[in-house]
Design a protein around this ligand. Sequence first.
Ligand SMILES: [Fe+2]
Length: 256
Amino acid sequence: MIPVPCEVWEGFIFVNFAAEPQQILGPMILGLDGYPFGKFTERWFYRAEIQSNWKIFSDATQEFYHAPVLHARQSPAAFSGPAQQAGFEGPHYRVDGYHRLVTTGGIRPWALPEEMVKPTEKALRSGLFGAWDPYDLGVEKLPAALNPAEVEPWGNQSFQLWPNLVFLFWTQGFFYVYHYWPTSYRSHVYEGTRSSLTWKRPPRTGAYRRRRSDTPGGWPAPCRSCRPSMTLSSPASRKRWCSATSMGWTTCPRRC
Ligand SMILES: [Fe+2]
């Protein structure tokens, strides 16, 4: 076994084959100290062989100007039209040594008029920006490195660490780690992991109800057909459960 220099930061192991590697994690990245990386309980992994130069691909995934135009068909016209008109403006960029970051604003889909939200998003209470009910990370305040421009609502923030590592944090309380491994000048392996907490039924506290009151029309009680099904226990009858009650929600987004 040949020893190689390595260093651990927030549970991530950085390996460097140089005989005397220099310290490259600067203050911009170290400002993430205290993010509860160790508390995440779920990790989803994907891997793809991409027929593209790794740097071009990496730069493209870190460019958000395209979103209102290229992603227009992911939203109802009532949303994508005005979004396209507005365009994209990055509220915060930063370069620190070899590394860089970009922040985006976000949206509150639950507060949008009904015609701006896809029916699937409404049914699943989840969309492009993640689950509508955020994960509780159990921290009073996120590290200052996240959302430094204090954008409200905040969407996500992408830290691009030289040369091939990305941390992408989302406002709803989950994060991605990307790696780009070149296999030739025109191909690479793209690996991504998504870390999140196991979803739990949100507590029915006053604060939670107040937040839900952002929802147009508020949160009605479970519909008549769902309410009795909450007491059914056989597998056959469970199939008849409304998606809302089977997932532990207190209301029926389908209004069935
Ligand atoms: Fe995109």
